[in-house]
Design a protein. Structure first.
Length: 285
């Protein structure tokens, strides 16, 4: 059984301030194929974009590109604090609610990375929150030959398996391919995902379906009742992100940092935050 593909979708540039801009892709641009992914932001940050703020009902993960001049600091109200350097990985599973922030390290150098928001199931929205990170040396790599390298932030790629995990199966891989090479990441049954191309030119295929992909664009996909492989071929030297997770097929109602299945749950989350039940985190530095 082959994958269903969206058309190629351009990432839209957005400028929050002089010190924070990003190229954005949102789930609604892919016709429902990328569930459970909510959005992907390819960002560049040299100043704090937001103060500490509340989150509930989804997971957020960030990979700092190896080429990034600097990293960032992730913190939450539970006492987690880590500096994530180039090549590192950070995530939070907000569950029933937490207060957290991400800010650049005080070097003055920008941080460039990929930030992905992922919906949680209705059950997992009620679980306690947590944060985690992987140092650059803790990120597993798959290098079958000198022309192909894959970094495994979440999930398993061939024999390389991440130490980090979300409540439901989710894969987050970063690939570097030389020209005329291919990779075949596995897509589990009943899953949605996307490929975002940072650099180069690719051809994606599954069965008889073929989709070309240019830099700063993405293609969404969804699988059926069986696991399948996505064939990714590089026309020229390419750098891309592969994301895939089990589809939830549940409503996703968003309000600020809250993602719930019903409007009444949004209102409940706001009330819990205002009552102090999601904790408190003061600004740092």
């Amino acid at each position: 059984m082959s994958l269903s593909f969206s058309s190629s979708v351009p990432a839209r540039k957005k400028v929050h301030s002089d010190g924070f801009s990003y190229f954005s892709l949102t789930a609604d641009a892919f016709g429902g194929l990328v569930d459970p992914i909510l959005n992907l932001d390819h960002f560049r940050m040299s100043e704090r974009p937001f103060p500490p703020r509340p989150f509930a009902g989804f997971a957020a993960v960030t990979a700092v590109l190896e080429s990034s001049p600097a990293g960032f600091i992730g913190r939450d109200h539970l006492g987690f604090r880590a500096e994530i350097g180039p090549g590192g990985f950070y995530g939070l599973v907000s569950g029933k609610g937490m207060v957290a922030e991400e800010k650049p390290v005080p070097s003055g150098q920008p941080c460039e990375g990929i930030h992905v928001s992922i919906n949680l199931s209705a059950k997992d929205k009620r679980e306690p929150p947590r944060s985690f990170f992987l140092a650059p040396n803790d990120v597993k790599e798959w290098k079958p030959n000198p022309a192909l390298r894959g970094r495994v932030y979440l999930g398993k790629l061939a024999g390389a398996e991440s130490k980090a995990a979300l409540p439901s199966p989710f894969s987050f891989f970063e690939f570097h391919l030389r020209p005329k090479m291919s990779a075949t990441p596995r897509v589990l049954s009943e899953s949605g995902g996307l490929v975002y191309l940072l650099k180069g030119k690719l051809r994606l295929s599954s069965g008889d379906a073929v989709v070309p992909l240019e830099a700063m664009h993405a293609v969404g996909f969804a699988s059926g009742e069986k696991d399948t492989e996505l064939l990714v071929e590089s026309i020229e030297e390419s750098h891309f992100i592969f994301l895939s997770g089990k589809s939830l097929r549940e409503p996703a109602i968003t309000h600020g940092g809250f993602v719930m299945t019903k409007q009444s749950e949004i209102e409940e989350a706001i009330a819990r935050y205002q009552a102090g039940e999601m904790g408190k985190l003061d600004s740092e530095g």
